[in-house]
Structure formats: structure tokens, C-alpha cells
Design a protein around this ligand. Sequence first.
Ligand code: FEO
Length: 398
Amino acid sequence: MNCTREIAPHIVFVGAGDRRLALFENLFPLDNGVTYNSYLILDEKTALIDTVDASVQGQFLENVAAALGGRKLDYLVVNHMEPDHCAAIGEICLRHPEAKIVGNKKTFAMIGQFFPDDLSARFHEVGEGGTLALGKRRLHFVLAPMVHWPEAMFALLPEEGILFSADAFGTFGGSNGTLFSDEMDFEALYLDEARRYYTNIVGKYGKQVSVVLAKLEGAAPSLICPLHGPILRGSAIPFMVDKYRHWAGYEPEKKGVVIAYASMYGNTAGAAQIMADMLAKRGVADLRVFDASKTYCSYIIAEIFKYSRLVLAAPTYNMHLHASMEALLRDMAALNVQNRKAVVIGNGSWAPAAPKLMKAMLEEMKDMEVLGEPLTLLSSLKEAQLPEMEALADRLAL
Ligand code: FEO
């Protein structure tokens, strides 16, 4: 059975979703699956915008066949070559030997890397500002390097105000049947997952995202069709563009404090909780406390992007850091987290290396200010250290 939906006159959603996948990229937990979106334009020429992940290829092929209704496929537009979108290129090419593959130089290099057959005779190259005439419509291409891979590009139908935005504006989360953001409570259902998707998948490339956002100034799309999650329409468009400006610029969305700790026997956790209580008593309402050994990094990273301040607390381990905190800090550095104020609490029973190590790792990040000196615990927090902690809480609560 096909499962398609016309999203605009003669433009059909032909994607599919997967709720069985536990880890996206075998790394990021999926609480409720993910969708792989694909769109078919039926004009004088037909054009398929991207394919899908191998896991949903069967459904996708049924959808494409139903939407084509016996017509031939003229173009396969490849906006992104990551396998969650390109896996079905081989099968589409087999079923539609007449279809040209539309991409840029980098797209074609990757097709050669991923697929054994030589498809080069079918390549139709476009570049920045390139267009593809389909009949009444003409697709305009905008290169979007590093959003999320170097070959990524967007396709725009200016007259209809439709932007096919590849990974940008996508989100984790399966479909609830509704497809457009204004058919659902988009913010409640998808904002947290859109943030977790962006910050972990594209977070490193804020500069490049800002460049592409600037290129789209003036485009004023009325529909944004990403490769994952709902299609944005109405108020969700300015709402999400504003979120992207914050995330790409590493600007916090809100004042608030994320407290992330690693703890072996509860002493460091106890200190982190006392800090949370002190902040709450100072009126900090937006507080998020995470055990970095239990909560997957991607959730903590998303909250760190959201809020203005953070507290990191961890014990020393083998004269280095507890591995859970080390992983979080390395991920923060890899994703270019910057422009935050932080407090460090480090523990150690005989040679407490953690405070210095955490401070050093944070200070290597751009515009990351460590407030005061790290609080050093010798096995556990002592009554006599409370004033020092209160002083740090005062600075965080500003
Ligand atoms: Fe959804 Fe970068 O792939």
C-alpha cells in the first residue's frame, strides 16, 4: 500500500518513516523513530527530490510508483548524499533508466564512492544559482556546503515559495500522520528533537549554516520541506529560522543553567545537586540536571546549546577525567560549543586532577568563560566549602 500526500498542486510527499531504528547514525538514540522525506514534482517533466534510507526503501518505491501513476521519471535531484537519503539511488536508477541524476560536482564524486555502477553518463550537473526547467516550474539550486556534508544543496521553487532544504530544518521523530507543522502542536511535539538533531548533527558547522541562512534572506518560502520530520508552514517558518540563527551563532535561546555531572559513588552527584538547590533558591527557574553516565550525550548537548550557563562536575579517574565527563567535553569541543559561562567542580581522593583538566578543556573552547576557580572536592563536599559554592552560585545566578 502506498502512503503519499499531495503537499502542493502536483507535488507529492513520497517519503517513509522508521520507528524500529534505535540509534540514528548508530549513535543518537531515537525515542520515537525518524522519517526520511522525499518529494515528487509532477510537471511536464517529473523530478524526485532525494531518496530514502535502505530500511524504508520498499515503502518508498511503492509511493514513488503510485505518485508517478505510470509516468516516467525524468530527474532524480540529489540534494544530499548521506546514505539515509541516497540509499535508494541505485534502485531508482534501475527502475528508471531514463532518469538523469541532478547534483553538483561533489555529489557526483560521492555517488562514485558509494555505488559500484558507473552512473556518470546520467549526471546533470548544477552549481550555485543553477536551474532546472521542469515545465511550468523551474528549480533553483543553492549550494549548502556542510549543512550537513560538503555536497549538500537546497532546491527552491521561487514562484510557489517552496524550499527543499535537505537536512536543514529537519528533526528526529516519527510521523503521527499529520505532515505540516500547522496541523499539530509543532513546538510541543518536535522542538526539543529538532534542537537535538541540529546541535548534534550540524552543530559543528554554525558558520556554514549562517552563510546559507544569509543566502536565503529574501527567499521568504511559504513551505520548507526538509528531509526529516514535518514540513514547515505558517508561523513555524520564522520560529525555526530564529532558532537556527541562535544555534548557528552559538547564542543561547534562554537564560538558564545546565548541570552535568559524572559520579562514581554519589559524592560528586551530591555536590551537583546542592549547587542546583542553591541556584533554585536564587531564583534560577530554568535548571536541568543530568548524570552524564546515564543520559546520552546528545540530550545534554542540546540543552547546553539551549541555555546560557553550565556547571560541570566530575571525579578524577586514572589521573584523568571520569570517562563520561571526558566524552561530554570532547563532544562539546567537536561541536564547537562556545560563548557560555561555566562553573567547574572536580573531585579526587588523593590527586584531584579533574578540576584543572575540566577547566583547561573548557577554556580551549571559543568564548567559554570559567567563572571563578574550580571547586575542588577531596572525596566529598565539606561544610567549610559551602561559602565557596555559594559564591559560585551567586555568579551563575546573575
Ligand atoms: Fe539526514 Fe545528513 O543526513
